[in-house]
Design a protein around this ligand. Structure first.
Ligand code: KG4
Ligand code: ZN
Length: 336
C-alpha cells in the first residue's frame, strides 16, 4: 500500500503545533510552539491571549514544519485537526486554518478528539497491541479505558470529581508554585519526603477515582497551619501528595490488570510526563508482565504528531469531516 501522509494541527490549549505523520506511526516533521511562559505570568492559561497567539503563530508553525519535511504540501493525503475538547477560541483557530488548507489543496479534512490523540501518541513509538488497557491522565481526564481495537473505547472507570492533573495544578497553587503546576510539584517533591499522613482517595475496588478529598485536605492543612503561624514543609507536602495521588492510579491499574486480560498497558495525557508516575506504573506492569508503553516526553505534552497518529485509522475508514466542522469544549471519546 502507498504511504499515507497526514498533516495534523493542534491548537486546543496553549501549544500551537503542526506535524506531518506517515502511516500513523512515523513523524516526518514536527513543530511545537508553546505559549507557556506568557501564561505563567497570569498563573494559568488566559483563553483570549491563547487564541490570539495561535492566530499570530500558526502560519509560521506550518512554514517551519514544511521546511523541515521532505514532503511537499501537495503530496499530503489529508489534513487533520483537533476539534475537541479544549478552549473554543483556540480550537477554532486550528479548525479554520485546517479548513482553508483542505479547501485550497483539495485534501480531505479529519476531525480528531484531543484525548484520543493522547492515547494514539503511543502509536508513534510502539505498536498498539489489542486488547489494551489505557490510563488517561490529564488536566481534564482520569480514565481507565479498555480498547479491543482501533477507536473502540470502553470506559472501565473515571474520576468522580477532579482530574488528577487539575489536582496537581491546585496543589501547586496552594503551595505557591508557578504555572504549570504538575511539573513544579514534581520538582519540589524530589527534595522532600512523604512525611505527611494524607487521606487515601477512595479505598474501594472499583475502577473509579476520586481526588477532591485529598485536594481539600491539603488546602485545609495549609490554611490551618498558616493561621496558627506554623511553617508548612512544602517539599514534604508536595512529595506526600504526589505519592498518595499516584498510588491511587497504580492501585486501580493493578486491579484492572488482575481482572482484565490485556496484551498491553499504555499511559496517555499530560500527567504521563510525571517521572514518578512513569517509575511507579512500570513496577506494576513488570509485576504482571504486561508490555508497557508511555510516550516520550515530547509526545506526552500537547502536540500535533499525536493528532496525526489518531487521524490515521479515521483516514483508513474514510471518516472525513465537512466544512460545517465546529469546535466543542467537551466531547466524550466513547461516541467517536
Ligand atoms: O494533557 P494535558 O497537556 O492537557 C490537558 O489536555 O488537560 O495535561 C496537562 C496536565 C496539567 O494538569 C499538568 O499539571 C499535568 O498535566 N502535568 C503533570 C506533570 N507534567 C504535566 N502532572 C504531574 N507531574 C508532571 N510532571
Ligand atoms: Zn492535552
Amino acid at each position: 500500500m502507498k504511504d499515507v501522509y497526514i498533516l495534523a494541527i493542534e491548537s486546543s490549549c496553549d501549544e500551537t503545533s503542526i506535524a506531518i505523520v506517515k502511516n500513523g506511526n512515523t513523524v516526518e516533521s514536527f513543530t511545537v510552539l508553546t505559549q507557556m511562559d506568557t501564561h505563567a505570568n497570569f498563573g494559568g492559561v488566559v483563553p483570549e491571549i491563547a487564541s490570539r497567539m495561535h492566530t499570530e503563530n500558526i502560519t509560521m508553525v506550518l512554514e517551519e514544519t514544511l521546511q523541515k519535511s521532505s514532503i511537499r504540501i501537495e503530496e499530503i493525503d489529508a489534513i487533520a485537526v483537533t476539534y475537541a475538547p479544549g478552549l473554543l477560541g483556540s480550537l477554532l483557530v486550528g479548525i479554520e486554518f485546517a479548513k482553508v488548507l483542505s479547501l485550497v489543496y483539495k485534501k480531505p479534512l479529519i476531525a480528531v478528539n484531543h484525548t484520543i490523540g493522547h492515547i494514539y501518541a503511543n502509536a508513534l513509538e510502539n505498536k498498539l497491541t489489542f486488547p489494551l488497557l489505557a490510563l488517561v491522565v490529564s488536566g481534564g481526564h482520569t480514565d481507565l479505558i479498555l480498547m479491543e481495537e482501533d477507536y473502540n473505547f470502553k470506559i472501565l472507570g473515571s474520576t468522580m470529581d477532579d482530574a488528577i492533573g487539575e489536582c496537581f495544578d491546585k496543589v501547586a497553587r496552594i503551595l505557591g508554585l508557578k504555572y504549570p503546576g504538575g511539573p513544579n510539584v514534581e520538582k519540589l517533591a524530589k527534595i522532600g519526603e512523604p512525611t505527611y499522613a494524607l487521606p487515601k482517595p477512595v479505598n474501594d475496588s472499583s475502577y473509579n477515582f476520586s481526588f477532591s478529598g485529598l485536594k481539600s485536605h491539603i488546602i485545609n492543612l495549609v490554611h490551618n497551619e498558616s493561621q496558627r503561624g506554623n511553617e508548612i514543609r512544602k517539599a514534604d507536602l508536595a512529595c506526600s501528595f504526589q505519592v498518595t495521588a499516584v498510588n491511587e492510579l497504580t492501585r486501580k491499574v493493578e486491579i484492572a490488570l488482575k481482572n482484565e486480560n490485556v496484551s498491553q498497558l499504555i499511559v496517555a495525557g499530560g500527567v504521563a510526563a510525571s517521572g514518578y508516575l512513569r517509575e511507579e506504573i512500570k513496577k506494576v506492569a513488570d509485576k504482571y508482565q504486561v508490555p508497557l508503553s508511555i510516550p516520550s516526553m515530547k509526545y506526552c505534552t500537547d502536540n500535533a504528531a499525536m493528532i496525526g497518529a489518531a487521524a490515521y485509522p479515521l483516514f483508513l475508514q474514510g471518516k472525513y469531516a465537512d466544512f460545517s466542522l465546529n469546535a466543542k469544549s467537551n466531547a466524550s471519546i466513547v461516541s467517536e
